[in-house]
Ligand binder design. Structure first.
Ligand code: ATP
Ligand code: MG
Length: 603
C-alpha cells in the first residue's frame, strides 16, 4: 500500500496535549494516532487504527492457532443475565447502565461472561461438544473512576476476551494452560516484555487467576518478585502470620496521658522520653494504628469498618479495596464519627470496637451487631503486645495484649507490602516493581454456569454444570504499552511488526527530479508488498519533514534529497538512529532487506 502524505488524514501537533502526563499518551495524540473525544474516550485516526489492527492481527492469529473460535457480541446488552449473576449490582458505578424506550434495563458490557455462557447454553447440550474456547475482539465500556494515560485506562477500550467451557476440573486446567501459553506467544511476538504474576480474582469471582504485567514505571499495578520465583500482584500478596507469642510475663495494660502526639512519630518520641523500655527503644512497629473506613456494599448498605495495622505500615488502598470487593471503600467522614461517639478520633483502640466493645450484641440472624466491625493485619497474632488508642481523648494504652485484652472479628490484607518483606512461600525477600496489566486469565469455575443454568449431559446421561475460564487482553492498552516501551524524546519508534507503515519516504528538495525519484522508489517498494508512506508535500521544509517522520515513528525511512545529484539517497533506522548513504539504484533492495531483518529480530 502507498499513501501520499499530502492527502493523508493526518495533522501532527508540536505541543503536548494539556491533559497528558505519560509519554505514550502525549506522542499518540501529537503524532496523529488518536484524538480525545471525552475523558477516557478516543477516536481512532488512520495511523492509530492501522497499529491497532496489527496488534489485533497478532492476537487473532495466535487465538486461532490454539483452536479458539471467533464470535462477536454487541456492546449493548440486556441487563437480565447480569442481574442473574448479581453483577448488575456488584460491578458498582463502573457499569454503564441505560434504559430503552420501553423502560427495559440495558448495559454497555464491561466484559461478556454472561453472554458467552448463555450462547453456549443455547447451542450445546452434550459433553461431546466440549471442550470449547470462544473469543472476540470487541469494544468494552467501563465508567472508570480515574481514566488516565490515554489508551492505558480508557472508559471505552478494545479487549480480546476469551471464554473456555469444560466438563471437568482437569479440562479447565488444560484450557487455562493453553490460553496461558498463547498469551506468552502473543506478547513475545509483539516484543512486549511481561511478567506473569498471581492475581486476585476481583469482581469476577473464581479461583486461579494470573496477570500478565508489562514492567513499567508508569504502571498502576505494583507487583512483587522473590529470588525463589514467587511473583504476585501486591494486591494478592498474603502475609504469613507469625507464631503466637507467650505474653504471660507482660504486666497489666496501662492507660497513660499522651498530649501533643498528633503522629505516630511524636507518640514514639513521647514514649521513649516518658515511659522508656528497658530492653530497647520504642518504635513505630510497637504501635497499633486503627483506621476507620466506610464500605458501600453492592446493595447500597454503608458499613463502618476499623482496620488495625502495625503503626510502621501504611494502609494500601488498592490492597484494602481488593480485600473488601465487591464493596467500595472510602475513608470515614465527620458524620460517620458523629454517629459513633464511642470512636474517639485519633485515640481509637480495640476495646471500643469489634468483639471487645460493650456495644457488641448478636442480631436475630446470629451476626454480630451494635459495634463497628474490627479486622486486623495478620501480624497481629495472639500474645503480641501493643501501644494503641485508649478511647479517651489524648490518652493511649500500653501493654495491650492480643488474645488477653482484645480480639478481632478476623484478619484483613490491607497493610502495604514493603521491599524486603518475606514471600509467603518462603522463597525469600520481596522486590517491588511497577507494571501495566496487559492481560488477565481466570479460572471462573462453575459460578456463571450455575447462575445461568449451563449444563451438559455426561457419558452416563447425567446433567453436569460446565466449568469455565475467562481470559482478557487489553488490546488498545497493549498498543499504548508498546508506544511507552518504544519511543524517545523526539517521538515514537514502532517495532516493525506493528508499525503503521513499513517505510517512510521523504522527498526533501525543490526540484521535480527529487520528487520523481522518490515516487519511483515508493512505487517500487509498494509493488513488492511493503506499506509505504510517502512525504510528497511540496511546500514543507526538510526540517519539518524530518521532525514529523521521527514523531510518527515508522521503523525505516528513505530520504531523497540534495545528494540525489550525486546519485545517493539516505536510509535511516528510527530505533537506532543509524544513517547510511547508498546509491539510489540499490535503495529499494536495501530497504527490503532491512525490513526483513527487523521483522526477524522482532524489532
Ligand atoms: P485494571 O485492574 O487495570 O482496572 P481489570 O483487572 O479491571 O484492569 P480485566 O477485567 O482483567 O481488567 O480486563 C482484562 C484486560 O483488559 C486487562 O488485563 C487490561 O489489559 C484491559 N483493561 C481493563 N480495563 C481497561 C481500561 N479501562 N482501559 C484499557 N484497558 C483495560
Ligand atoms: Mg484484571
Amino acid at each position: 500500500m502507498l499513501r501520499n502524505l499530502s492527502s493523508y488524514f493526518l495533522r501532527t501537533l508540536r505541543e503536548d496535549p494539556a491533559d497528558a502526563e505519560v509519554d505514550s499518551h502525549k506522542l499518540l495524540v501529537r503524532a496523529g494516532y488518536i484524538r480525545r473525544t471525552a475523558p477516557g474516550i478516543y477516536t481512532w485516526l488512520p495511523l492509530g487504527l492501522r497499529v491497532l489492527r496489527k496488534v489485533e492481527d497478532v492476537v487473532r492469529e495466535e487465538m486461532d492457532r490454539m483452536g479458539a473460535q471467533e464470535v462477536h457480541f454487541p456492546g449493548l446488552i440486556p441487563a437480565d443475565p447480569y442481574k442473574a449473576t448479581n453483577r448488575w449490582d456488584e460491578y458498582g458505578p463502573t457499569l454503564f447502565k441505560l434504559q430503552d424506550r420501553k423502560g427495559g434495563d440495558y448495559l454497555l458490557a464491561p466484559t461478556h461472561e454472561e453472554m458467552f455462557t448463555l450462547l453456549v447454553k443455547d447451542m450445546y447440550s452434550s459433553y461431546k461438544d466440549l471442550p470449547l474456547t470462544l473469543y472476540q475482539v470487541q469494544t468494552k465500556y467501563r465508567d472508570e473512576a480515574r481514566p488516565r494515560a490515554g489508551l492505558i485506562r480508557g472508559r471505552d477500550f478494545v479487549m480480546k476476551d476469551a471464554y473456555s467451557f469444560d466438563v471437568s476440573d482437569e479440562g479447565l486446567d488444560a484450557s487455562y494452560q493453553a490460553e496461558r501459553d498463547t498469551y506468552e506467544r502473543i506478547f513475545q511476538r509483539l516484543g512486549l516484555d511481561y511478567v506473569i504474576v498471581s492475581a486476585m480474582s476481583g469482581a469476577m469471582g473464581g479461583s486461579r487467576s494470573e496477570e500478565f504485567l508489562h514492567p513499567s514505571p508508569i504502571g498502576e499495578d505494583t507487583f512483587v518478585r522473590s529470588p525463589g520465583g514467587y511473583a504476585a500482584n501486591a494486591e494478592a500478596v498474603t502475609t504469613p502470620a507469625p507464631d503466637p507469642l507467650d505474653a504471660s510475663g507482660v504486666g497489666p495494660k496501662r492507660v497513660v496521658p499522651t498530649p501533643d502526639c498528633p503522629t505516630i512519630d511524636t507518640l514514639v518520641d513521647l514514649l521513649n522520653a516518658e515511659y522508656p523500655r528497658e530492653d530497647r527503644p520504642w518504635t513505630a512497629a510497637d504501635t497499633l494504628k486503627n483506621v476507620v473506613v466506610v464500605l458501600t456494599h453492592p446493595d447500597g448498605a454503608r458499613e463502618l469498618l476499623v482496620v488495625g495495622v502495625p503503626g510502621d505500615r501504611e494502609i494500601d488502598m488498592k490492597r484494602l479495596e481488593a480485600s473488601v470487593a465487591p464493596a467500595e471503600v472510602e475513608m470515614a467522614q465527620d458524620e460517620d464519627f458523629s454517629s459513633h461517639p464511642e470512636l474517639v478520633r485519633g485515640y481509637i483502640g480495640p476495646e471500643a470496637i469489634g468483639p471487645n466493645s460493650p456495644l457488641r450484641a448478636v442480631g436475630e440472624d446470629g451476626e454480630p451487631t451494635g459495634s463497628v466491625r474490627y479486622l486486623v493485619d495478620p501480624r497481629i497474632v495472639e500474645g503480641t503486645c501493643w501501644v494503641t488508642g485508649a478511647n479517651i481523648d489524648r490518652h493511649h494504652v500500653l501493654d495491650l495484649v492480643m488474645g488477653r485484652d482484645f480480639s478481632a472479628d478476623g484478619t484483613i490484607e490491607a497493610a502495604e507490602v514493603r521491599e524486603g518483606d518475606l514471600a509467603p512461600d518462603g522463597s525469600g525477600p520481596l522486590h517491588l516493581e511497577r507494571g501495566i496489566e496487559v492481560g488477565h486469565i481466570f479460572q471462573l469455575g462453575r459460578k456463571y454456569a450455575q447462575a445461568l443454568g449451563l449444563t451438559v449431559l455426561d457419558e452416563n446421561g447425567k446433567s453436569r454444570v460446565v466449568t469455565m475460564g475467562s481470559y482478557g487482553i487489553g488490546v488498545s492498552r497493549v498498543m499504548a504499552a508498546l508506544a511507552e516501551a518504544n519511543h524517545d524524546e523526539r517521538g515514537l519508534a514502532w517495532p516493525a511488526g506493528i508499525a503503521p507503515f513499513d517505510v517512510h519516504i521523504l522527498a526533501t528538495g525543490k526540484g521535480d527530479e527529487v520528487f520523481d525519484a522518490a515516487r519511483g522508489l515508493a512505487e517500487d517498494l509498494d509493488g513488492s508488498g511493503l506499506d509505504v508512506l510517502f512525504d510528497d508535500r511540496r511546500k514543507v521544509s526538510a526540517g519539518v519533514k524530518f521532525a514529523d517522520s521521527e514523531l510518527v515513528g515508522i521503523p525505516l525511512s528513505l530520504v531523497v534529497g540534495r545528494s540525489l545529484a550525486d546519485g545517493l539517497v539516505e536510509i535511516r533506522v528510527r530505533a537506532t538512529g543509524e544513517r547510511t548513504e547508498i546509491p539510489v539504484a540499490e535503495a529499494a533492495d536495501a530497504i527490503r532487506e532491512l525490513h526483513e531483518q527487523l521483522l526477524e529480530k522482532g524489532e
